[in-house]
Design a protein around this ligand. Structure first.
Ligand SMILES: Cc1cc2nc3c(=O)[nH]c(=O)nc-3n(C[C@H](O)[C@H](O)[C@H](O)COP(=O)(O)OP(=O)(O)OC[C@H]3O[C@@H](n4cnc5c(N)ncnc54)[C@H](O)[C@@H]3O)c2cc1C
Length: 404
């Protein structure tokens, strides 16, 4: 294989990637008494500073509560209790706490959750290796002689000092995101992939500017915009744009002008922009999320648009299902839950893909009529009216936001 292997070790599970999926799984496996090694390509400081999602939904909150981690991970994180949908400048507040019967999430920036997950794992003796290069999987489809036999898969990588290492294991968890290496180990004939381009672009900025009081969606003929809190003095803005827009097409003046116009707030305070980029509004799902002894978790198996805020939450949900299944396999010799892993996760994944697509259509088509025409604009407005006026429609919306 071209490697001059210098160090050989073994572990029950090798987890590849230290994002929400990998770090949640590593913590849950530790609590379940299943040994694992986590390999992360980036440095610790890089991982701790990567800013993305901001809301942990109710289903994820419950997972951390059930495993006894909520107090450590969610201390000080405010309840995600309501959302404002502003239509042509008119505010409509949906009381998520009431509509969901108290099944609310927590507002927590992804990098804060990541830092806490990492600290919890390392402080309890977890084995997490940063700067792991050239990660490669071997023999993931080996039948093996069962857990602990040593005849299962192997993972090789180059450590921070340049030495090549090999870890023999029983299971590999591919938690390395959409652009990682683990999914490429699945032969095309062994899985079906689904992709969908939503046909719009989202330009996004992180700004040191006052956040809105509530998570805010704004619908107007100028295009869709959203603004969310990312800490006490920072916000994330999303502005609908052409799919082929480049970040440099948006200077500060254009960003704040469009934000004020779309949010219907001439006095919206500006602030320094610390990051900007164009979000790919694309969905992807692989089925099954397993090949041999490799289990794909989170973005490695599926991506979803940020609409609805489900990417990080699906990653945490997969990690929970896999941790329970690995516990059953290792502790009780019961591989049935592992056999059901993919189908269990995919049911929730497709439910959330549908929610995200429904919401995407709703907030975009009800605004700029050039997107889908005036007829569909009227349909989307009717759906919005129903959401504001009908309790069952509000309950269904809050239920999907709660996740699960
Ligand atoms: C701008 C933006 C906004 C978002 N907003 C939201 C939101 O509001 N709500 C929400 O729920 N989700 C949101 N998401 C999506 C969410 O961030 C992802 O779904 C989530 O991070 C997925 O977690 P993951 O652990 O599966 O993958 P990742 O977070 O991508 O983690 C994968 C890890 O694997 C590592 N890795 C990659 N390749 C290798 C390799 N070869 N070897 C070793 N390690 C490797 C990476 O460095 C990384 O640390 C957003 C994403 C973006 C980009």
């Amino acid at each position: 294989m071209g490697y001059n292997t210098t160090m050989r070790e073994s572990s029950r599970v090798v987890v590849i990637g230290a994002g929400p999926a990998g770090l949640t799984l590593a913590n849950l496996l530790r609590l379940a008494g299943v040994g694992c090694v986590v390999l992360e390509r980036q440095s610790r400081s890089y991982v701790e500073q990567r800013q993305r999602a901001g809301v942990l939904d109710y289903a994820s909150r419950r997972i951390f509560e059930e495993w006894g981690l909520a107090e450590t991970l969610l201390a000080g994180a405010p309840e995600d209790h309501a959302i404002e949908i502003r239509v042509d400048g008119d505010p409509h507040v949906l009381d998520l706490r009431a509509l969901s019967g108290g099944r609310t999430g927590r507002a927590i920036p992804q990098q804060m959750l990541i830092t806490r997950l990492m600290t919890a794992f390392l402080e309890n003796g977890g084995d997490l290796r940063f700067d792991a290069g050239d990660v490669a999987l071997h023999d993931i489809d080996a039948p093996g002689l069962g857990p602990g036999s040593g005849s299962g898969p192997r993972v090789t990588y180059r450590d921070a000092e340049g030495a090549v290492r090999e870890i023999a294991c029983d299971y590999v968890a591919g938690c390395d995101g959409h652009h990682g290496v683990t999914r490429t180990a699945v032969p095309p004939r062994a899985a079906t992939t689904y992709t969908y381009d939503h046909g719009i672009g989202w330009f996004t900025v992180l700004a040191d500017a006052p956040p809105p009081r509530l998570p805010l969606f704004a619908i107007s003929s100028h295009g869709f915009a959203a603004q969310f809190q990312r800490g006490p003095a920072a916000c994330r803005l999303y502005l609908e744009c052409a799919p082929d827009d480049a970040p440099d097409d948006w200077n500060d003046e254009r960003i704040w002008k469009q934000a004020r116009l779309r949010l219907g707030d001439e006095t919206l305070p500006a602030g320094p922009i610390v990051d900007k980029g164009v979000v790919e509004m694309r969905s992807f799902v692989i089925d099954p999320m397993r090949y041999g002894r490799l289990f794909l978790v989170g973005d490695a198996a599926h991506i979803i648009t940020p609409m609805g805020g489900k990417g990080m939450n699906l990653a945490i949900g997969d990690a929970d299902v896999l941790a329970r299944a690995l516990r059953a396999a290792v502790r009780d010799g019961d591989e049935e839950p592992l056999a059901a892993y993919s189908a269990t996760c995919l049911r929730r994944v497709w439910n959330q893909q549908e929610f995200s697509r429904w919401l995407t259509e709703l907030v975009h088509e009800s605004g700029d009529a050039s997107l889908a025409g005036t007829f569909r604009r009227q349909l989307a407005r009717a759906r919005l009216d129903r959401l504001f006026a009908s309790a069952p429609a509000g309950h269904a919306f809050a239920d999907l936001l709660a996740g699960g």
